[in-house]
Write a protein that binds this ligand. Structure first.
Ligand code: PNS
Length: 159
């Protein structure tokens, strides 16, 4: 069985993430969307809240599961017999850091990273941009699913 992981902070999940998850699910027998800690970012939503939003917005993909992990991504891959990490690349600005992580993960464990080109419609989209817009009352309804939009509005309103 060919298994891949789509890792990320998903704080929160966007249409850009969902596009990559869908396309990965067409290439692998099983795809796990794993919420991991990115130590360089402060989060708006708890891990459980993020997982629930991912569950609700990816449940129509039958070979996609949702999980979380506190530790190295390669250790998660080893513990779950996952052969490949799938990452979306939006622009050349993503490339340096992603290449570095892919090389560290390959050298340390032999886990391959496969990069998928983000669909042009999502090339500017990131969770950080979505949070910034939402914080100042901007309309992000074209960037995230409805339940995520609602959760952002509630969080910004202090709920
Ligand atoms: O969505 P993000 O924030 O770009 O995702 C980055 C993430 C969470 C995938 C990355 O920070 C990660 O893999 N964290 C787990 C710890 C780890 O394995 N770090 C890489 C070692 S170089």
């Amino acid at each position: 069985m060919k298994r891949a992981v789509c890792p990320g902070s998903f704080d929160p999940i966007t249409f850009g993430h969902i596009d990559i998850i869908e396309r990965a699910s067409e290439q692998f027998d099983e795809v796990v969307v794993a919420v991991l800690a990115n130590r360089t970012k402060a989060s708006l939503f708890s891990v459980e809240e993020r997982m629930e939003m991912i569950r609700q917005t990816t449940s129509h993909f039958k070979n996609v599961k949702v999980d979380s992990w506190h530790g190295l991504l390669v250790d998660y891959c080893k513990a779950n017999s996952i052969q490949a990490i799938v990452k979306g690349l939006r622009a050349v600005t993503d490339f340096d850091y992603e290449l570095q992580m892919a090389q560290v993960n390959l050298q340390g464990s032999g886990v391959e990273t496969m990069f998928m080109a983000t669909a042009p419609a999502h090339s500017f989209l990131s969770s950080s941009i979505v949070k910034e817009l939402a914080h100042f009352g901007g309309d992000v309804s074209s960037m995230v699913p409805g339940i995520v939009n609602d959760a952002l509005k509630a969080r910004v309103a202090g709920k």
